[in-house]
Design a protein around this ligand. Structure first.
Ligand code: CA
Ligand code: CA
Length: 494
């Protein structure tokens, strides 16, 4: 979240001819001055953490006045209120700063994911202020907002009216909904996306509010992008309720009248399952069993490895708070995030245990990264190792070890997954390739456990030891015990 990460250029904090000329770090709804130069300045930090790719919340211009949202005056600091597709917001440094960041990231072998919004625009976009024709916007004008029930697309009993409301309803009155059935609207969005991919060297697109877009349009824009850029990554974002719903919006194995073609989705179901697994007691369908059950439903996906998995994001409570600031639970979810199928996504600040719940607003989970502003106290600058406390440094190191290990691990990047039914809270899965076997073992139960290795012989056969990926310690499998709450990522050795 560029506005909240680091301020690399104080001169662009306020741009005089924009509609909102406020910038106030004491107001959580205001802009805070973070920018693309700030992100660029921290590429070494991100590199050390093991980050390979940057997903920025949208960089496009948001020249909107402060808007009323739930009784607050809110700025478009988050980037989701486009007013001009072809301009990067000048408060982020404009087109040039985005070019520079992209070049600097690529020079380090890092990649850029851009956040796309095809569904809506800000109410001060030129398309809304002066529409080329009456049918560029869907017409329900906020009177019938979408009901958010994605079931209408695959429910065999759904009513057409319910479906249209989902597609055409305006999120809120200041986010006009684009009519992608209009060929010019579709062409505008496709041409912009191809242009931006080329212009900025975009490596992938995260497509916001995926489930609210005209379905045939989504397939068309994905096809057009991949035809121009065959190695591009595209994944959708939809906060959905079931694995079936998530699979519906990507390539899948389900017979429905419409077949989506996106490579993958942000996997909310996997997120909720990992959180439950760390938080709840294991029962018939709770705790680690929920994670087991959720993964078993991967049968729905054509390729579950293309999903993007995560613990939290800018719309959610921060995971460290959700898990009660419990380090052993954090270790569990980190182990799963970096070893399960799919591409792991980490929200800024999670690595240094930033905390908070959403309290009537998302702004509380979008706080400034400590040390990202020139005026910040150096002793609290968490970009610097010497300013982090033991827990923060422990978390940073843990992620850095896992993420960097993952980069060259054939089992984690290309290997298969095998999981075993959890027993009394003991949950094991394996990632394995012809060259490597990784065991991820968690004791979410209440007793000390010595695993019965015979049960896991399909994957354990031929191995007698394991190396802890984090500490490097080598253990003998036969004498290995786990205390309650312990979780390890281990590479099996002969
Ligand atoms: Ca700035
Ligand atoms: Ca829509």
């Amino acid at each position: 979240m560029t506005d909240r990460f680091a301020n690399g250029d104080k001169t662009n904090d306020i741009v005089k001819n924009y509609r909102d000329t406020t910038c106030n770090r004491n107001d959580k709804f205001s802009r805070h001055g973070g920018d693309l130069k700030g992100v660029q300045n921290q590429l070494s930090y991100l590199n050390e953490l093991g980050v390979t790719t940057l997903w920025l919340t949208p960089v496009n211009e948001n020249d909107m006045p402060l808007m009323n949202e739930w009784g607050n005056k809110v700025a478009g600091y988050h980037g989701y209120w486009f007013t001009d597709h072809y301009e990067v917001d000048k408060r982020f440094g404009g087109n040039e700063a985005y070019q520079n960041l992209s070049k600097a990231a690529h020079a380090r072998g890092m990649k850029i994911i851009q956040d796309a919004i095809y569904n809506h625009i800000g109410s001060y976009h030129w398309i809304a202020l002066d529409p080329p024709s009456d049918d560029w916007l869907n017409s329900s004008q906020g009177k019938n907002p979408p009901h958010h029930r994605e079931e209408v697309f695959f429910d065999p009993y759904a009513a057409e009216q319910d479906k249209r409301q989902m597609l055409d309803g305006w999120f809120v009155p200041h986010l006009p909904d684009l009519n992608q059935r209009n060929r010019d609207v579709a062409r505008f969005l496709i041409q912009y996306s191809i242009w931006a991919t080329e212009e900025y060297g975009v490596d992938g697109w995260r497509v916001d509010t995926y489930k609210y877009n005209e379905e045939s349009f989504l397939n068309e824009i994905n096809t057009c992008l991949l035809r121009e850029f065959p190695s591009l990554t595209v994944f959708g974002e939809s906060w959905v309720t079931t694995p079936l719903a998530n699979a519906y919006f990507t390539r899948n194995n389900v017979k429905t009248p419409f077949a989506h073609n996106a490579e993958g989705m942000l996997d909310f179901q996997n997120c909720f399952a990992m959180i439950s697994a760390a938080k709840e007691e294991a029962g018939w369908s709770t705790g680690v069993v929920k994670l087991y059950l959720t993964l078993a439903q991967d049968v729905l996906y054509a390729d579950p490895m293309k999903n993007c998995i995560f613990l939290d994001n800018h719309d959610m409570d921060r995971v460290y708070s959700v898990l009660g600031e419990d380090w052993s639970k954090m270790r569990m979810v980190y182990n799963w995030l970096f070893t399960l199928r799919g591409m792991p996504q980490l929200y800024y600040g999670t690595e240094v245990l930033m905390k908070n719940f959403k309290v009537n607003t998302d702004a509380t989970v979008r706080e400034d990264f400590p040390g990202g502003w020139p005026e910040d106290d150096r002793s609290k600058n968490l970009f610097l190792k010497e300013s982090r406390n033991l827990l923060q440094q422990g978390s940073f190191d843990y992620i850095s070890k896992l993420a960097n290990f993952r980069k060259t691990s054939s089992a984690l990047t290309q290997g298969r997954l095998m999981q075993y039914i959890p027993q009394n809270g003991l949950y094991l899965y394996f990632r394995y390739s012809p060259l490597q076997t990784i065991m991820v073992i968690t004791n979410a139960g209440k007793e000390v456990v010595s695993p019965n290795w015979d049960r896991y012989s399909e994957r354990i056969k031929g191995f007698s030891k394991a190396r802890d990926v984090i500490t490097g310690t080598i253990i003998e499998l036969n004498s290995f015990q786990l205390k309650p709450g312990e979780s390890y990522v281990m590479e099996l050795l002969k």
